[in-house]
Design a protein around this ligand. Structure first.
Ligand SMILES: *Cc1c(COP(=O)(O)O)cnc(C)c1O
Length: 410
């Protein structure tokens, strides 16, 4: 019965080509034409409307940390929806409380730390911006190449002109500093800086890690000037690097703790949820009435978060991320078309010997692999954390089998 209803809602089965035409006639053209029409997933694989299987090495952009249709996640979401699906934020639910406690424990948060739940990454960054404004200081220091989201506050912190300029004027006070330049940060600091906002590894800029030592220097400067240090871990958090959060990873943050951290992508294992964590005193800069949300902290989303974190821990996925990430990095670096592999754990950017990332992604799709041409010369991998070497090795064979001549347009 419910299956019939779902089928009626979507209409009769159609080919990928038919769905693409209907997509174009029904959805706003903000993403360009879709590459695939996907109907099903299991583990690290997805299937399109024509029955073709693909290894999903993008994972819904670092979202599907448990892969697709994970039984524990599915059961947790179904059970919560069948028990209590939504209440307003006039009321608390045990799942949201437990998830907030879990995030504070995993991030080794000091006393006074607090969590605010959202539905997305950009909303988590909006929370960060409002926390920064509550310092009473006007300036926010962001990085060139930064991506923090598409809503107006987060967009003000996003560097790419093509994303920002059609929507100006944006909220003011944001300055973009040369990427990873400690001297520029030192020069920019002052008593009027509310927050330094950093991605420990810039995802959308092509998997670009901040240089070693930058985060520690930013921490010291924030302390010296009484500013907040904020890490946007929407992409790097939730086990992606092989630590729970990138700031804890010995090769990334090396334990430099921010005052504010944003999370989303992987947190719900595919269910929409985000969070902004205020560490210590930053956890109480927003007071009653100063922020809100109807859906944020929804019990189903919170149950998804708890189940996702639970499976990562139960199945030892952080260790898998570290081991598989290292093995994959070493193997991909051997490919004749790869100049360099950047990133940590299972957030990897393979920089090609030519600006042919779109072509490689197209060839990969034809061979049954979903990867992302994140910049003209870099292919991004952000696969499920459950991925195994046996599952990914056909992709390694594919990429190492390409020659520089394959990168030229045919
Ligand atoms: C994806 C991303 C965002 C925006 O998240 P949405 O859920 O798409 O709004 C913000 N910051 C970083 C670092 C991201 O990678």
């Amino acid at each position: 019965m419910s299956g019939d209803l779902a089928r009626t809602t979507a209409g009769a089965p159609a080919t990928s080509e038919q769905w693409k035409q209907r997509y174009g006639a029904a959805l706003m053209n903000t993403f360009g034409p879709p590459r695939l029409v996907l109907v099903r997933g299991e583990g690290p694989y997805v299937w399109d409307a024509d029955g073709r299987r693909y290894l999903d090495l993008l994972g819904g952009i670092a979202v599907n940390v448990l892969g697709h249709a994970h039984p524990t996640l599915t059961a947790a979401i179904s059970a919560q929806l069948g028990t209590l699906g939504h209440v307003s934020n006039f009321f608390a639910t045990p799942t949201q409380v437990a998830l907030a406690e879990r995030l504070l424990a995993l991030s080794e948060a000091p006393d006074g730390s607090r969590v605010f739940f959202t539905n997305s990454g950009t909303e988590a960054v909006e929370g960060l911006v409002k926390i920064a404004r509550r310092t009473g200081r006007p300036r926010i220091l962001a990085q060139e190449g930064a991506f923090h989201g598409r809503t107006m506050g987060a967009l003000a912190l996003t560097h790419k002109a093509a994303y920002r300029e059609p929507f100006e004027p944006l909220p003011g006070g944001v300055e973009f500093l040369p990427f990873g330049d400690v001297g520029a940060l030192e020069d920019a600091m002052g008593d009027d800086v509310a927050a330094i906002v950093l991605e420990p590894i810039q995802g959308e800029a092509g998997v670009r890690p901040l240089p070693r030592g930058y985060l520690a220097r930013a921490r010291a400067l924030a302390d010296e000037y009484g500013a907040l240090l904020a890490f946007d871990e929407v992409q790097t958090g939730i086990g992606r690097t092989g630590s729970w959060f990138a700031f804890q990873h010995p090769d990334v943050g090396a334990g430099v703790r921010p005052d504010v951290m944003t999370l989303a992508k992987g947190l719900g294992g595919g269910f929409p949820i985000g969070a902004v964590v205020g560490f210590g005193a930053a956890g109480s800069l927003l007071n009653p009435g100063q922020h809100g949300t109807t859906f944020g902290g929804n019990p189903v989303a919170a149950a998804a978060g708890l189940a996702t974190l639970g499976v990562i821990e139960r199945d030892g996925l952080l260790a898998n991320v570290r081991e598989l990430g290292a093995r994959l990095t070493a193997a991909l670096a051997q490919a004749p078309v790869v100049a360099e592999v950047r990133g940590t754990g299972l957030l990897l950017g393979a920089q090609l010997v030519a600006p042919a990332a779109a072509r490689v992604a197209e060839l990969a799709l034809g061979a049954g692999f979903v990867v992302n041409p994140v910049t003209p010369d870099t292919v991004r991998l952000a696969p499920p954390l459950i991925l195994t070497w046996d599952q990914v090795s056909p992709f390694v064979d594919f990429l190492t089998g390409l020659t520089p001549a394959d990168l030229e347009d045919s």
